[in-house]
Design a protein around this ligand. Sequence first.
Ligand code: ADP
Length: 341
Amino acid sequence: MTQQKTAGFNSNTTMSKKVHKIGVLTSGGDSPGMNAAIRAVVRTGNYHKLEMYGIMRGYSGMVEDDIFRMENRSVANIIQRGGTILKTARCMEFFTPEGRKKAYDNLTKRGIDGLVIIGGDGSFRGAQTFSNEYDIPCIGLPGTIDKDIAGTDFTIGFDTAVNTAVEAIDKVRDTADAHDRLFVIEVMGRDAGYIALHSGIATGAENILIPERKTNIEDVIKSLEEREKRKKLVNLIIVAEGDEFGGANELTNVIKDRLPKMEVRVCILGHIQRGGSPTCMDRVIASRMGYHAVECLMEGRHNVFVGILNNKMNYTPLNEAVKKKQRINEEWMNIVKILAT
Ligand code: ADP
């Protein structure tokens, strides 16, 4: 008998069906700590005598039937590794009802009756769409370096990414100092400025430009002129790649145009921010969240993602996992301004 739901199934987040077999996948952009989360999910499930399955390359593995059994040994020696042993992908077929039907058939032929999806808000939207159509509970774990998901203070990967950025910016500062130069440094963050804001404060940057706030180029030029007058020649400007004014190159062109005497250099940190061994913090939150994802499925929760708010586990319906774009605290920007003088 098919378990397909009728359209408009409600988004109630508990149900009584007991799970026996759980599939885990990583989807969308990768982030350091995803392996620690996979390990936690697999080992918690095996501890409870559930059958655990790995699904390769995000939703692609579900659609293409690339699914395998995972034992405790399958996740040995991965907690310290960046990337994801399950690989990740963006799967176009999963956007279509036919693709999702194939995915459902591949899960049900193995009896998989619960899913843990480690990814960003896009992956959560996919999970929500799937579980609106099919009776398979989905639990999300926020795996994204951008920290742009509401309902959690932490996302798996942010701490590692921001520490990588800080380490790199510190090095740039040394050379900026040696040559009395202005450096415009671009960090990741297409929609969210958390990496820019945190790494900028931690490295003592003079200006931080983020997508959540409109960039006033006149203010930036004015602050550079003032510092030049005061002979403060070493300046760091941190810009998130998604700033609406543009990235580091666009900003530098304007500065060179307006302040031709100023020595300006561009540094785009790029993909180094995604890789590397996860920090202690990312390993710990990934382990806690992975453990709770399985607990959630066993308790009959469905269609929520696991977060941590004020050091307590917090469960948010997948369809509320909206971008946290508007929430940057103005006080933080004030701190940047005062401390950079
Ligand atoms: P992230 O999870 O990092 O935000 P994406 O936005 O690329 O990454 O989403 C990852 C994958 O999730 C997509 O490639 C697609 O397979 C699936 N997905 C996203 N949104 C939907 C949707 N509305 N319906 C079905 N699948 C979706």
